[in-house]
Ligand binder design. Structure first.
Ligand code: GDP
Ligand code: IMO
Ligand code: MG
Length: 421
């Protein structure tokens, strides 16, 4: 079976936990887009891991973990992550990084910071990990790839060429400090020596595994509404977190995929700037943030919290071709007397059921809610959907009805066994 796991909202839906559960049966786990803007929390054998670049399957000793060419790789970060894992006894020999993946360079980090500052009040609220500037260079065809990094001569030539223009921009446009070529070559030269042994053609490895009938899992990063085309542009990331992005970022064709699992929370969160129709600014929002520990895994920023939005989930079902939903954090809603679900938007005198395309349209949208009774019982130890309180069952059934997609897994706590299948 070949399964794709994608975020259905604005990221942080609990993809790491879901992947960890599904990876128990997988032989190969593949990351295909984004970079270390992602933060995937996995509680595995009682230890908490916060993974940014390495696929969550790494916690299983025999699982092959691939970083496809759609990912942008910060070599410093991946080496730190490798060291941190090795230090806790997790082997990383099964990790492979694609030759064609683009490298996050020091000037990408600086430009991310400077561009955000330059945007002033209209900043995007990026993670400042150099993601946007790296994808910009890729599209502009001046990027530096892993295959360049591990070839000393090529890397020196390409970096020298790129740095000329970058330094002009950093100093003359933004008034920043120029970077020194030798510093970059020294630092990245050290990384290259260590990274070389992980480099491979991951498209071939993924294809061969699929052809051999192995269980292959694709681990999405970010979420549908952060997709550069689908999402709330420009408040998005620079890659394609939707399931279709997997084909491009991993180098496998769409006919090879068997199922597409959307991961969602039982409510909605967003970190960074941009519109969020069901955002809560009251004590319910605060309660969800505290009980759900809604603070960014990568940046530590408090996450904005709000009611579940079925308009967003319908969009996710459509653009990802979702075959099922994994709904996490149902436990966080326990004890809230009345739960709201946004079913449609009131828009300039009409009712719309599809997520609008522009920020201007979105600004004129007001959520239309239905209200359901909550539950007080502790659900964190339930073993089946049948064991859930009646009102929790009704909440799940209503979501399935509203989005026309079945919920196949329900998260009732952060641990891997706190999951109802
Ligand atoms: P990801 O980026 O999609 O992998 O999600 P994050 O790891 O950034 O954020 C999800 C957070 O929710 C993590 O702290 C998880 O440990 C936690 N989590 C995941 N599923 C559940 C659940 O069902 N209940 C609770 N209470 N926490 C969960
Ligand atoms: P995971 O995989 C939540 C958000 C940032 C910002 C926008 C652009 O953990 O779900 P970027 O640094 O990518 O240019 O920032 O995207 N963002 C995420 N939000 N979860 C993520 O990843 C995110 N990755 C990026 O906060 O709003
Ligand atoms: Mg996260």
């Amino acid at each position: 079976m070949v399964k794709v796991v994608a975020g259905a909202q604005w990221g942080d839906e609990g993809k790491g936990k879901t992947i960890d559960i599904l990876a128990a049966k997988a032989q190969v786990v593949v990351r295909t887009q984004g970079g270390n803007n992602a933060g995937h929390t996995v509680i595995h054998d009682g230890n908490t891991y916060k993974l940014h670049l390495i696929p969550s399957g790494i916690l299983y000793p025999d699982t092959l973990c691939l970083i496809g060419y759609g990912v942008v790789v910060d070599p410093k970060v991946i080496l730190e992550e490798i060291d941190a894992l090795e230090n806790t006894g997790i082997k990383t020999d099964n990790l492979k990084i694609d030759k064609r993946a683009h490298v996050i360079m020091p000037y990408h980090l600086i430009l991310d910071e400077l561009q955000e500052k330059y945007r002033g009040g209209s900043d995007i609220g990026t993670t400042k990990k150099g993601i946007g500037p790296c994808y910009t260079d890729k599209a502009e065809r001046s990027g530096i790839r892993i295959c360049d990094l591990i070839d000393e001569k090529v890397f020196a030539a390409k970096t020298a060429e790129a740095l000329k223009l970058k330094n002009e921009i950093i100093t003359k446009v933004y008034g920043g400090t120029a970077l020194k070529l030798d510093d970059i070559l020294n630092e990245y030269g050290k990384y290259a020596k260590r990274i070389a042994k992980y480099v491979d053609d991951t498209s071939v490895l993924a294809y061969d595994a699929i052809k051999a009938g192995k269980e292959v899992l694709f681990e999405g990063a970010q979420g549908t509404l952060l997709d550069i085309d689908v999402g709330t542009y420009p408040y998005v990331t620079s890659s394609h977190p939707i399931t279709g992005g997997v084909c491009i970022g991993a180098g496998i064709g769409p006919t090879l995929i068997d199922s597409c699992i959307g991961v969602a929370k039982s409510y909605t969160t967003r970190v960074g700037k941009g519109p969020f129709p069901t955002e809560l600014f009251d004590e319910v929002g605060d309660r969800i943030r505290e009980l759900g520990k809604e603070y960014g895994t990568t940046t530590g920023r408090p996450r904005r919290c709000g009611w579940l939005d079925a308009v967003i989930l319908r969009l996710a079902v459509r653009v990802n071709g979702l075959t099922e939903i994994c709904l996490n954090k149902l436990d966080t809603l326990t004890g809230i007397p009345k739960l709201k679900i946004c079913v449609a938007y009131k828009f300039r005198g009409t009712t719309i059921e599809n997520f609008p395309a522009t920020l201007e349209e979105l600004a004129d949208c007001e959520p239309i809610y239905i209200e359901l009774d909550g539950w007080d019982e502790d659900i964190s130890k339930c073993k089946s959907r049948a064991e859930l309180p009646e009102n929790a069952k009704k909440y799940l059934a209503k979501i399935e009805e509203l989005i026309d997609c079945k919920i196949s897994m329900v998260g009732i706590g952060p641990a891997r066994d706190q999951n109802i299948e």
